[in-house]
Design a protein around this ligand. Structure first.
Ligand SMILES: Nc1nc2c(ncn2[C@@H]2O[C@H](COP(=O)(O)OP(=O)(O)OP(=O)(O)O)[C@@H](O)[C@H]2O)c(=O)[nH]1
Ligand SMILES: [Mg+2]
Length: 237
């Protein structure tokens, strides 16, 4: 990866932002999230991969722009979004109702103030209703704590987490990151590459709610090694 240092342009307090919502079969929640997002910005972009439950139609009906992403994988949808966003700032938020749309102004504030280039919502400081309780949650939480500790050690920072899908960053930074991950490992890739190019990464607390309907796309037993491989590759190379 090219590690040309990132030079942020002068921030403006009214820089517009696009809310990007990756979806795969989120018909139960997408309409509500699009409507709440449109209260904050006219730019709402749904990146949909092969939903067969009417998600794209519901999003269009509520006023979002929808882009179809042909291949499966949340990372691919995030990467494709970088070519469709036209505003200087971009917010990523999940479609399953886990994230609080109304926290977006808090997430964007450091970008508007010019004090950060990438801001992540932290459920470790904001609290989570879905990250504890069972063995799956235990392995997720411990795996994610280990990855965050490795990132903190490597870059001498003190992040509370590195896996949340709720984050905001400057579009020029996003494009400079040259993202390669195809699945949800895209979050740690965004964090690590931001730190590699000297981007300023900030955190705000935001509560994570339980997915409201449907099923998680993550099968930890099948993907854990991809997290390990990705973090080792990204931290060493
Ligand atoms: N475009 C696109 N979006 C996806 C894909 N897989 C998941 N998503 C979306 O990415 C977001 C996060 O997916 P989740 O399945 O909730 O993953 P998660 O939040 O890490 O898992 P849980 O904590 O169990 O909810 C949701 O909005 C999904 O609809 C995909 O292949 N393509
Ligand atoms: Mg989720």
């Amino acid at each position: 990866m090219a590690t040309t240092q990132y030079t942020p342009p002068a921030a403006k307090t009214d820089d517009p932002f696009t809310i990007v919502i990756p979806t795969r079969n989120e018909a139960a929640t997408i309409a509500d999230i699009v409507t709440r997002s449109l209260q904050l910005t006219p730019f709402v972009l749904v990146m949909d991969t092969a939903s067969n439950d009417g998600t794209p139609a519901l999003a269009i009906q509520r006023g979002a722009q929808v882009v179809n992403v042909p291949k499966q994988g949340k990372g691919l949808a995030i990467r494709a979004a970088a070519n469709h966003v036209t505003t200087p700032l971009v917010v990523f938020i999940d479609a399953d109702g886990s994230h609080v749309v109304e926290d977006i102004p808090k997430l964007i504030a450091p970008l508007h103030a010019g004090s950060a280039d990438h801001v992540q919502a932290s459920r470790l400081i904001g609290g989570s209703s879905e990250l504890h309780g069972g063995f799956d949650e235990f392995f997720r939480l411990s795996g994610s704590a280990l990855i965050t500790a490795l990132i903190n050690w490597r870059f001498q920072v003190r992040l509370s987490e590195s896996q949340n899908g709720f984050r905001a960053l400057r579009l020029d930074l996003l494009r400079q990151l040259d993202l390669r991950e195809k699945i949800t490992t895209i979050e740690q890739e965004m964090v690590i590459k931001t730190l590699k190019v000297g981007g300023r990464l900030a955190e705000i607390p935001s509560h994570e709610h339980k997915r409201m309907h449907g099923y998680s796309s993550i099968r930890l037993s099948q993907v854990w090694w991809r997290y390990v491989y990705s973090v080792i590759k990204l931290l060493i190379i």
